[in-house]
Design a protein around this ligand. Structure first.
Ligand code: ADP
Length: 286
């Protein structure tokens, strides 16, 4: 029997309210979830659903107004500021913008956070070179950010974060500024790092396609987690997702529309190949 993986992050009854001049805004309400070690978790939801607030509460950049964040068995709200900072360092963050230093080349950019953290130069260079190879940029070590595509820049940023050997990386719409090729590059890189280094990934995105290969998906709406499950289970519920104003992967949508037209296709088709196979099966039955 497969052993159940350990939870690296648990949220228990997590809530966050903001006091504004227009009154109280409830950004998160009674969130309960577990992030398991070594897996890729997708978080999807409309703009304003609470995704960014959720990750900012996970690493305590925002202090929750209710509930608990348990990181590796430790309750963050019971920690002193210095301990929280240490825990935060174990959670690498990747944002839409690439956060690279224009005056430094690729290798120097990846080394920079390690230098600040006091990692010896030789060790930092070794780790950086290994990671740049893993993200497919070993040929571009001497290039400067301005000479790179968006996807390449984001891969450098990811290498820099992973070089700090975090326990998990939290990615807040890492592909939002990229073209389709760049998005694919970054996604492939995330999966490669997860497979080869076992990094736990929390991936916030509004591109449904990007969570097809995640291990587990949370759907947020209006401060709540309203759906959770494996991608196929989530994308089998097209009507519910549409009710939340969300879409589904293009191919899932096409299969769903064909089904509405009367073709008896299964729910939750996630790839072109699955759709072709399902249609061939129908043909062979007739
Ligand atoms: P998402 O990342 O899904 O777009 P956010 O977490 O940014 O959603 O926002 C969730 C809700 O909380 C929104 O209604 C937003 O306006 C509100 N919110 C977020 N940050 C603040 C803040 N600092 N002050 C007041 N309201 C906020």
């Amino acid at each position: 029997m497969e052993q159940r993986k350990e939870a690296i992050i648990c949220l228990e009854g997590l809530g966050k309210q903001f006091q504004t001049t227009n009154g109280t805004v409830t950004a998160l309400d009674d969130i309960n979830l577990e992030i398991l070690q070594g897996e890729i978790f997708g978080i999807i939801g409309l703009s304003g659903a609470g995704k960014s607030t959720l990750v900012r509460c996970i690493n305590y950049l925002e202090t929750p107004t209710a509930g608990r964040v348990i990181f590796e068995g430790q309750n963050l709200s019971m920690m002193k500021e210095a301990e929280i900072r240490k825990a935060r360092q174990s959670m690498g963050m990747i944002f839409q913008q690439f956060n690279l230093l224009a005056q430094r080349n690729v290798l120097q950019n990846v080394c920079f956070p390690m230098e600040i953290a006091g990692v010896p130069k030789a060790e930092a260079k070794k780790r950086a070179a290994e990671l740049l190879k893993l993200v497919g940029l070993e040929e571009r070590m001497k290039a400067y950010p301005a000479q790179l595509s968006g996807g390449q820049k984001q891969r450098v940023a990811i290498a820099g974060v992973v070089a700090m050997e975090p326990k998990c990386i939290i990615m807040d719409e890492p592909t939002a500024m990229l073209d389709p090729n760049g998005r694919k590059e970054v996604l492939n890189t995330v999966h490669r790092l997860n497979r080869q280094k076992g990094v736990t990934v929390i991936l916030i995105t509004h591109y449904m396609e990007e969570v097809i290969d995640a291990d587990y998906v949370f759907v947020m709406d209006d401060g709540h987690v309203v759906m959770q499950g494996m991608p196929r289970d989530i994308f089998s519920q097209v009507d519910t997702l549409l009710e939340y104003g969300l879409d589904v992967p293009q191919i899932t949508r096409l299969a769903w529309e064909l089904k509405q037209e009367g073709l008896p296709l299964p729910d939750g088709i996630l790839s072109r190949q699955e759709l072709v196979e399902a249609i061939c099966q129908l043909k062979s039955k007739t």
